[in-house]
Design a protein around this ligand. Structure first.
Ligand SMILES: Cc1cc2nc3c(=O)[nH]c(=O)nc-3n(C[C@H](O)[C@H](O)[C@H](O)COP(=O)(O)OP(=O)(O)OC[C@H]3O[C@@H](n4cnc5c(N)ncnc54)[C@H](O)[C@@H]3O)c2cc1C
Length: 386
């Protein structure tokens, strides 16, 4: 088939590269990814890389299941690691255990049959170091795990080139004009690029890029830190990813996992926008002392901390969150041919394959039926009433 569709993707984060791969694998498109710096420069190199399906509604399970299967296949084919060391979401009250029970039923609908509802005793039997004071149990997904999302993004970028696409670094998209024949002309710091279709996959900058196309889309950037903690005492049993946050609770919670018998990764997570909004160009660096102090306070409440702790590297990144905490993947009515793919918050790695599939559907078929339970459209009511 002739490559008759010229597609320019703005941003070589995981959303952009996954969309490029989806289009190239389905054929018939010339795909160019324009990246201001280099692949993974944005949030995709700052992530915890968790891929999991322990969610509480049908849509969230559907799209994450697609993501998990995608990463399994990708890891097998390209020899990048998907470490399936499990994911344990803790329940704060008995109503959470009821939601977790429903999640297990939902997951079975998608052929995810191994998640388990664990009571406090069982959690402590398997991982004696996890402290369960004030917690009533948990939902455990043994097949869940994590990827190095930077490694994945780089690997996907090189696959794009192997499949005949291009990834051009150092290109900053500045302005866009729409010609009468439907072609988009993108003005960049390195000349003009022409395209029939555009994908705005600019992560925390997506709201700014949407404005270039005359679209005012809601997105709130939240700063999220992470820390690596080394410990002299070697753990006999590695910890799965433990998440002390329940979606929709309006609170944040600590998470941690073992990286090696002598290393922990720790962060504080919520899907929700509960802090001040940040400029995407904010200078990212080390985590604040306030975050380090909170980790010092919260970690011992959930983990019998190993001996000889030493705080290691800290870093920060941005969650780009939409008003209802779900991605937006849609064409804005005022800018035909431009698909905005944004707002995945703290789930943008695990959701990237599903976001890519929908963005590619919209380009190839002008509509999508790939995920019947999922509405990531711009005009959904929850986006405008949340
Ligand atoms: C601390 C932390 C932990 C996280 N943990 C997880 C997790 O465990 N699991 C999970 O699923 N998700 C997690 N996330 C979220 C996830 O990392 C993001 O949702 C995801 O990386 C967003 O990918 P993206 O491709 O949309 O954006 P980005 O990776 O930010 O990519 C956007 C790209 O667009 C480029 N760009 C911007 N403007 C322009 C322009 N005008 N012209 C050209 N290029 C441009 C940027 O340079 C950037 O490279 C975490 C995030 C953080 C910060």
């Amino acid at each position: 088939m002739a490559n008759d569709r010229r597609v320019v993707i703005i941003g070589a984060g995981i959303a952009g590269v996954a969309t490029a791969l989806d289009l190239l694998e389905r054929g018939g498109s010339d795909v160019v990814v324009l990246e201001r710096y280099g692949p993974g420069f944005g949030s995709s190199s700052k992530s915890a890389g968790v891929i999991e399906t322990q969610y509480l509604d049908r849509s969230a399970v559907e799209v994450r299941n697609y993501g998990l299967r995608y990463f399994e296949r990708f890891a097998e084919k390209h020899e990048v690691a998907l470490v399936q060391s499990g994911y344990l979401r803790l329940a704060q009250e008995s109503a959470d255990m009821e939601s977790f029970r429903k999640s297990i039923n939902l997951q079975q609908e998608f052929d995810i049959t191994d998640p388990e509802l664990l009571d406090v005793e069982e959690i402590q039997r398997r991982w004696p170091r996890i402290r369960m004071d004030g917690r009533v149990g948990g939902l455990f997904g043994p097949s869940d795990g994590y990827v190095d999302s930077y490694e994945f993004t780089l690997c996907a970028a090189s696959q794009i080139v192997r499949l005949g696409g291009r990834v051009i670094n150092g290109v900053d998209v500045l302005e866009a004009t729409h010609a009468s024949d439907g072609t988009w002309n993108l003005k960049t710091n390195q000349g003009i690029y022409e395209a029939d279709f555009i994908v705005n996959a600019a992560g925390p900058w997506a709201k700014n890029v949407a404005k270039i196309f005359g679209a005012d889309l809601p997105q709130n950037n939240q700063l999220r830190p992470k820390i690596k903690i080394e410990h002299r005492e070697k753990l006999d049993t590695l910890l799965p990813f433990v998440m002390d946050y329940v979606p929709g609770s309006g609170r944040d919670g600590i998470y941690f996992r073992s990286e090696t018998p002598n290393e922990l990764f720790v962060g504080i997570h919520t899907d929700e926008s509960i802090q001040e909004e940040r400029d995407p160009d904010i200078r990212l660096g080390e985590a604040s002392q306030e975050f380090v102090d909170r980790v010092k306070e919260l970690l011992p409440t959930r983990l019998e901390t190993p001996k000889g702790l030493r705080l290691g590297r800290t870093w920060t990144g941005l969650y780009a969150i939409s008003p209802d905490n779900k991605p937006i993947v849609d064409v804005h009515p005022d800018a035909p041919g431009v698909v905005h793919s944004m707002g995945a918050g703290g789930s943008g790695i695990q959701l990237a394959p599903a976001m890519a599939r929908i963005a590619a559907d919209l380009i190839l078929d002008s509509s999508t039926n790939s995920f019947p339970n999922t509405d990531w459209s711009i005009n959904r009511s929850s986006l405008h009433t949340s």
